[in-house]
Design a protein around this ligand. Structure first.
Ligand SMILES: [Zn+2]
Length: 286
């Protein structure tokens, strides 16, 4: 698409989320049919342990994450790509549950041992860490090319209302860091067509392009367990997307992330980013 047409498309897209439904900016070069794993963040049990966010009038993060992941799956299927969700609103896939059941003790021991010997952020409840590590290890036994973690951001109560915008995180500890970075950049480049990047100063990274260093808001590097971590450096390219903040309002009509139109637009732009990655990685084999 020519730049001018693209800008026209953009203003049209921003005018009405619904107008872009079922239309793709990029055509998918399907010579390599990607197998994508969509991993909506947390679940009900983990939320009960105080992990994942909730806001009165908007809802539970684990439910909204699932809805955005399901909509992303629909868009990807329409473009001829294979996408699987790790869970529905309640349960993980039976094969993930089986993997977890058989390996829970070993994994718990591995994580506890690691936490004893390493300082760092261990805020993730042990139960959640075991689930996320199981998902990674299970995924490695499957024909899965990419993992997309979908979340909603939040902040402490007193800062609610101050922060807005999406962020995309990739981990330098991932065994396929170059591919993960390309995936994160592709999704970032797509999301930024419809949404603003995070205005939280913690959500940015200093990158060097053409010998110039600059900060990119909404682009992060972090060794989260599910992205690639000293505990387990998965070879599967993996990113984490925070679809804005739970208290964020969209467009003039102040839509919340609980509104289906906002969720559709996030899902649409995430799937466009994946298609862009698919096309880019064929142009530039990594
Ligand atoms: Zn989350």
């Amino acid at each position: 698409m020519k730049r001018r047409e693209f800008i026209q498309y953009l203003s049209f897209a921003l005018l009405d989320f619904k107008s872009v439904f079922n239309h793709s900016i990029y055509s998918n070069k399907d010579s390599k049919n990607l197998q994508i794993l969509l991993n909506p963040g947390h679940n009900k049990a983990v939320f009960k342990q105080g992990y994942g966010c909730y806001m009165k009038g908007v809802g539970y993060e684990y439910i909204i994450n699932t809805k955005i992941a399901e909509k992303t799956q629909e868009f990807l299927h329409e473009q001829g790509l294979n996408a699987t969700l790790t869970r529905d609103e309640i349960d993980y896939l039976p094969s993930i549950e089986t993997y977890l059941k058989h390996n829970k003790e070993d994994l718990l021991e591995k994580i506890s041992e690691f936490r004893k010997n390493n300082t760092g952020n261990h805020r993730m409840p042990l139960e959640e860490a075991v689930i996320q590590l199981s998902i990674l290890k299970w995924a490695e036994s499957q024909p899965i090319d990419l993992i997309i973690n979908i979340h909603i951001n939040d902040t402490v109560e007193e800062y609610r209302g101050k922060f807005s915008g999406f962020s995309v995180t990739t981990s330098p500890e991932n065994g396929s860091f170059e591919k993960s970075k390309l995936l994160a950049h592709s999704i970032y480049d797509s999301l930024i067509m419809s949404f603003k990047p995070s205005n939280n100063k913690a959500d940015l990274v200093l990158v060097k392009q053409n010998n110039i260093k600059k900060y990119i808001p909404g682009f992060m590097m972090n060794d989260y367990l599910m992205l690639g971590h000293a505990l387990h450096r998965t070879q599967i390219p993996s990113v984490l997307i925070e679809c804005g903040f739970i208290d964020e309002k969209y467009r003039e009509d102040n839509l919340a992330i609980s509104d289906e139109r906002v969720q559709n637009e996030y899902a649409h732009m995430i799937s466009e980013g994946i298609i862009l990655y698919n096309n880019n990685s064929q142009l530039k084999p990594l």
